[in-house]
Design a binder for this molecule. Structure first.
Ligand SMILES: Cc1cc2nc3c(=O)[nH]c(=O)nc-3n(C[C@H](O)[C@H](O)[C@H](O)COP(=O)(O)OP(=O)(O)OC[C@H]3O[C@@H](n4cnc5c(N)ncnc54)[C@H](O)[C@@H]3O)c2cc1C
Length: 266
């Protein structure tokens, strides 16, 4: 089974988000990290490959720093990594990003068919959860999104993947023959932490860098110029006012309780 996992490099959610003059998130702060929810996608792919045999390729589209995201995937145990890196990508909306990832998957397929494409449930910066559906549409694949558990059966005629999706008042069970696209939730598994062996092994694994020219994509169709959506405005969150800071000199609990009672919060 050949599995491609799409991983995104995102600004660290613990750090203050900066918005540029164009209303877009500034992504060159140097505090980027692998999107935490994509660790669940990598884990799901690794478990499937370990159970049924096969290889895992981690794929990202993003600026130079984004290589850290695929390197983290390699440390977790992925076999190969691909980074789509091109200045013309800056400003791509979901349609451009999906088109680029789909073209990269077609390139990966030149070395053998891809059975599964796996994504996280959302990128913690954009948080639209639109990319998986757009990518499945571009690749012409069935989409099994927001999977909280995944099972695969591999037979002589190919594989079949079955997932569970937890809705508010029901659980859906969806199934599709491969090739297919899955997005997995943070309920699907507990991502492994890279061990020393994995970190050392990852150092020897090469990351393949692809440009838009390698993908046969016209730069005018992606990036800011190719985006079908525009950010009209974005405003930084106003500073919090009327903050009450209680310094604990041994009586913080009493002061906090009094504050809650006085303000009718309990
Ligand atoms: C006008 C406009 C300009 C933008 N400019 C930029 C920009 O300059 N730089 C930028 O980074 N973003 C930019 N964005 C945001 C970018 O389009 C989205 O990040 C992208 O479409 C994915 O959407 P999302 O982040 O909501 O991901 P979701 O749909 O929430 O992500 C779901 C999953 O898709 C996968 N995924 C998402 N993005 C990638 C990726 N790049 N590589 C691999 N896997 C991925 C991950 O597995 C992730 O868990 C822009 C958006 C707009 C509307």
């Amino acid at each position: 089974m050949k599995i491609v996992v799409c991983v995104k490099h995102v600004p660290d959610i613990q750090s203050e988000r900066m918005i540029g003059d164009d209303g877009r998130v500034m992504r060159d702060g140097g505090d980027g990290t692998l999107n935490e929810l994509d660790e669940n996608a990598v884990e799901a792919a690794l478990v499937l490959a370990e159970t049924h045999g096969g290889a895992v390729v981690v794929l990202t589209a993003g600026p130079a720093d984004a290589v850290d995201a695929v390197r983290r995937g390699l440390q977790m145990g992925a076999d190969e990594a691909v980074h789509v890196l091109d200045d013309a990508l800056a400003g791509s909306d979901v349609f451009g990003t999906a088109a680029v990832l789909a073209a990269a998957i077609r390139v990966i397929e030149q070395e053998g068919p891809v059975d599964l494409v796996v994504t996280g449930m959302a990128a913690l910066d954009g948080l639209t959860s639109m990319l998986p559906a757009a990518l499945a549409a571009d690749l012409g694949l069935p989409q099994l999104t927001l999977a909280s558990s995944i099972e695969a059966e591999v037979g002589p005629n190919g594989a079949r993947v079955t997932v569970r999706r937890e809705l508010d008042h029901a659980t859906e069970v969806l199934s599709a023959a491969t090739p297919a696209l899955l997005s997995v939730t943070d309920q699907a598994n507990e991502p492994r932490y890279p061990n020393f062996k994995g970190i050392m092994a990852a150092r020897k694994k090469a990351v393949t860098t692809l440009t838009l020219a390698d993908l046969g994509i016209d730069p005018a169709t992606v990036g800011t110029s190719g985006s079908r959506t525009r950010v009209l405005s974005a405003t930084a969150r106003p500073a919090r006012e009327n903050r009450v800071l209680i310094i604990d000199n041994g009586d913080a609990g009493r002061i906090l309780a009094a504050y809650l009672v006085d303000n009718k919060l309990v």
